[in-house]
Design a binder for this molecule. Structure first.
Ligand code: CP
Ligand code: NVA
Length: 307
């Protein structure tokens, strides 16, 4: 039995990640041309959401339908997971019934424990530590608009959060330099930074991080689950807004990305997110195509067994 999971970008090889970009682009063309591509006919995806979502839910659900399969939304409010059934037991039960499982939750440990007991592939659709599906879309978007990201420079401005940490993995896997500008005390995980070596630089000044960058990225200052820190975070992060002064430092051809949802006037100014360098709508659309490529890949590479 071989089961491939996708909990972080490190679960796939560099070649496999590049293959996903190629397939994501192909699937996008098929979708845009209205050509049927039902490679997952009869397959069922279970989607466990312990946090809110618009893009992730809709892209996985629409993606499965377009591939000829079915997606099932499960919320802790109306499953036994929310009433304390162990993650390990839920994994054993669900994976005997469905072909692939997607989870959005708080502790990264939950997806690790779930995948350890799952007979079918598990996809991390965001934890407090990582958001690898978003990176598949971001990397496809950069590739489509600017070519290979290898050797380029990316500026991450803001919180050293789950998105930032997936960007650190991306820097290693796709081979680019990542400059992170964050306030003291809001750095990404030190172990991850150390593992990525000299690809990562941490600075305090957003303009310094953006200097000459080919891609400028930010995210909310207060992530899901941190709502009680919102006031303090708004104060601390106020010098970290991506605005035209920051974009001016970047390469003239630089793109702006944000995983969304965005707060105009906080982490990004309206003129930047709604301006010509912003590719946030392409980025959001690519969640659909990149994840369809991921679903096909994991199902193709796995030979689920019996317990
Ligand atoms: N970017 C992203 O994951 O969006 P949702 O929270 O809407 O799924
Ligand atoms: N960092 C954000 C990303 C949302 C898609 C959060 O975890 O809330």
């Amino acid at each position: 039995m071989t089961v491939r999971h996708f909990l972080t970008l490190l679960d796939l090889s560099t070649d496999e990640l590049r293959q996903l970009i190629r397939r994501g682009i192909e699937l996008k063309a098929l979708q845009h041309r209205g050509e049927p591509h039902e490679s997952l006919r009869g397959k069922v995806l279970a989607m466990i959401f312990e946090k809110s979502s618009t893009r992730t839910r809709v892209s996985f659900e629409a993606g499965m339908a377009q591939l000829g399969g079915y997606a099932m939304f499960l919320s802790p409010r109306d499953t036994q997971l929310g009433r304390g059934e162990p993650v390990e037991d839920s994994a054993r039960v669900l994976s005997r019934m469905v072909d692939i499982i997607m989870i959005r939750t708080f502790d990264h440990d939950t997806v690790e424990r779930f995948s350890a007991f799952s007979l079918t592939p598990v996809i991390n659709a965001l934890t407090d530590m990582h958001h690898p599906c978003q990176l598949l879309a971001d990397m496809q978007t950069f590739h489509e608009l600017r070519g290979d990201i290898r050797g380029r420079t990316v500026a991450w401005i803001g919180d050293g959060n789950n998105m930032c940490q997936s960007y650190i993995h991306a820097a290693t896997q796709y081979d680019f330099q990542l400059r992170i500008a964050c306030p003291s005390g809001y750095e990404p995980d030190g172990g991850m930074v150390a593992e990525a070596g000299d690809r990562i630089t941490i600075v305090r000044d957003p303009r310094e991080a953006a200097r000459g960058a080919h891609l400028v990225v930010t995210d909310v200052w207060t992530s899901m689950g941190q709502e009680n820190e919102q006031k303090k975070r708004s104060r601390t992060f106020s010098p970290y807004q991506v605005n035209s002064a920051v974009m001016k430092e970047a390469d003239p051809e630089a793109l702006f990305m944000h995983c969304l949802p965005a707060h105009r006037g906080e982490e990004v100014s309206a003129d930047v997110i709604d301006g010509p360098q912003s590719v946030v709508w392409d980025e959001a659309e690519n969640r659909l195509h990149a994840q369809k490529a991921l679903l096909e890949f994991l199902l193709h590479e796995s030979t689920p067994g019996q317990a």
